[in-house]
Design a binder for this molecule. Structure first.
Ligand code: UDP
Ligand code: MG
Length: 319
């Protein structure tokens, strides 16, 4: 088979309902591309018939390839595994649920042909998502934009096209706690945005639970900013100053002969307040220590149970 010019990476987690529709839409879009294309689907430990349906798609159209994880490793790891397995000159990352409209890919390709190496989709509107999600997402992107060490664009998810050069740089980063969109900001290269409307999910409901969303957000903040540590330091310095001033005041009052009534309330307040701050600061430092521990173990990012449709070397137990 001709080697692919375009590779499309699709993470799948319990998406059995969407696969036939998704495959059709991808085939339509691939027909409009100016070179051979492949699709790398990553089954992120689905418990429904996602894998079987994806295998069937691969059987009927050999451009569709498939990796199955040994368990659920999460969306960010799934797209990384997909990117590991691509061979195209330009690699496109897209959600399975058609919230990222396929036709936008053609606009991304145009930008790529103009010489941009990372072309990301910027969400202009979001259809059918709860106010809570859009509000928290917007607050998060604005906060990260302010405190991150690299320039992170606002309202940009993982829907993007990346050139092989930028991809190779990205793939060298094997950190376990991943925030892929930030890592693509970090690698640099010539970047451009394509605005689009984020559609409603075509089938089913979101698989991004509250817990997964919090994990993603903390990976973004802890991985791309040391602002929390600076905040902790700032609080410590401020409190140290305040207590010195309080001490000076107390001593001067004593020397001036003012009768100091032993203040039970202020003592109690100082103790509880300070221990609260101490615990918060320790917790904050702990978050970073936890990440160091994760990275120090240097475990593989993911375990592949089976790969399918890649030709020779399929069904390797270890990727
Ligand atoms: N997904 C995944 N692993 C997970 C959760 C989600 O691979 O643990 C995939 C999912 O199948 C979809 C994409 O990631 O293709 C985005 O997930 P979803 O649509 O549920 O998130 P949302 O669009 O609501 O943020
Ligand atoms: Mg979605």
């Amino acid at each position: 088979m001709e080697s692919a010019k375009y590779s499309i990476v699709i993470p799948l987690y319990n998406e059995e309902g969407i696969i036939p529709l998704l495959v059709g839409r991808l085939q339509e879009i691939m027909a409009k591309m100016d070179g051979p294309a492949e699709v790398v689907m990553v089954d992120d430990g689905s418990t429904d018939r996602t894998y079987q349906l994806a295998q069937a798609a691969s059987d009927s159209d050999p451009r569709f390839k498939l990796i199955q994880f040994s368990r659920n490793f999460g969306h960010q790891v799934a797209i990384t595994a997909g990117m590991d397995a691509t061979s195209g000159d330009a690699v496109i990352i897209m959600d399975a649920d058609l919230q990222d409209p396929p036709y936008v890919v053609l606009q991304m390709i145009e930008k790529w042909q103009q010489g941009y190496e990372v072309v990301y989709g910027r969400r202009q509107h979001r259809e059918g998502e709860r106010l809570f999600k859009t509000a928290t997402a917007s607050a998060f992107y604005n906060l990260l934009h302010r405190i991150a060490d690299v320039e992170t664009p606002i309202d940009v998810g993982d829907f993007r096209l990346v050139d092989r050069k930028a991809l190779n740089a990205f793939l060298q980063m094997r950190e376990n706690n991943r925030y892929v969109r930030g890592m693509f900001s970090w690698v640099g290269f010539r970047q451009a945005a394509v605005p689009y409307t984020r559609e409603e999910r075509a089938v089913g409901t979101t698989h991004y639970t509250m817990r997964k969303m919090v994990k993603l957000a903390s990976n973004g903040i802890l991985g791309f900013s040391s602002a929390p540590l600076r905040l902790a330091l700032g609080m410590g310095v401020f409190l140290a100053f305040a207590s010195v001033i309080y001490g000076i005041v107390a001593i001067s009052m004593k020397l001036a002969g003012v009768d100091l009534v032993p203040g039970y309330a202020s003592l109690l307040f100082a103790i509880t307040f300070l221990s609260g701050i101490q615990l918060a600061v320790m917790g904050m430092v702990g978050l970073y220590v936890g990440r160091i521990y994760d990275e120090a173990r240097a475990r593989p990012l993911y375990i592949v149970r089976e790969s399918y449709g890649f030709g020779a070397g399929d069904d390797r137990a270890v990727w």
